[in-house]
Design a protein around this ligand. Structure first.
Ligand code: NAG
Ligand code: NAG
Ligand code: NAG
Ligand code: NAG
Length: 200
């Protein structure tokens, strides 16, 4: 096995040097879907101390029976030369009574499920980098395609978004979810969606 691949070099360089401090204008996130979710927006919903999931703004559940305002988010990239098509953090400003905290979006993984939950948390150790394509659709790309045996190859834009009824920390919401691997999602409530950025 050789590890000289530029893919590895790139992954390492990004992991070591990236500082995601250049903030985009604010935007809302909309769901596109062949289902009732079409046209719904996403919001940040409390799921624990300084933790929020991306819930469906007008979704109705035990923990959120009534609609709430669309969430406002930003996209942080690594430099002023980086376009909105490059890799970055999705961020949400958590407002406390005497503090503001910009939180990056990560994926909370449950080892016994293939349905991961996008979650805002403090600190970059839980963060995940995302991309928007030329149509403003949110995707994830990868440096290593493990379906391929041999030298690592990168994976282009991947769209595994679903809207599902999810449970986390005692809260029940209809949330955005990401399916790990090719799916289908094992949570039977999941419906395929795409996520589109619309600047406010
Ligand atoms: C996003 O960028 C803004 C502006 O530099 C910064 O204040 C904020 O802390 C950044 N958020 C994250 C999660 O890195
Ligand atoms: C979803 O909503 C968009 C924008 O309102 C619309 O253009 C599209 O036709 C809708 N899709 C479906 C499947 O209803
Ligand atoms: C949520 O809002 C979208 C867009 O306005 C609408 O199409 C959908 O029917 C609404 N869903 C519910 C459950 O109210
Ligand atoms: C938090 O940010 C909002 C606007 O983004 C601002 O109005 C408010 O004063 C800030 N609060 C603190 C404690 O910095």
């Amino acid at each position: 096995m050789k590890f000289s691949s530029s893919v590895y070099a790139l992954a390492l360089a990004v992991a070591v040097t990236a500082q995601y401090r250049y903030e985009s204008p604010p935007f809302n996130l909309y769901l596109l879907s062949d289902s009732d979710y079409n046209g719904s927006t996403l919001s940040a919903c409390h799921t624990g101390a300084a933790m929020e999931s991306l819930c469906v703004s007008n979704g109705s559940s035990v923990s959120k029976p009534t609609p709430i305002a669309a969430g406002v988010f930003h996209f942080n990239t690594t430099g002023p030369d980086r376009s909105l098509l490059s890799e970055g953090y999705i961020t949400y400003l958590l407002r406390g009574s005497n503090f503001n905290l910009s939180q990056p979006l990560g994926l909370s993984i449950n080892p016994i499920s293939n349905v991961a939950l996008p979650m805002f948390q403090p600190g970059e150790e839980f963060s995940q980098t995302f991309w928007f394509d030329e149509n403003g659709l949110l995707d994830i790309q990868g440096y290593i395609d493990d379906r391929v045996d041999g030298d690592p190859v990168a994976v282009g834009p991947t769209y595994r978004w679903h809207a599902c009824t999810t449970y986390y920390g005692g809260y029940v919401y209809q949330t955005l979810a990401w399916v790990l691997g090719e799916g289908p999602p094992q949570n039977p409530t999941c419906v395929k969606v795409d996520v589109k950025r619309v600047f406010v």
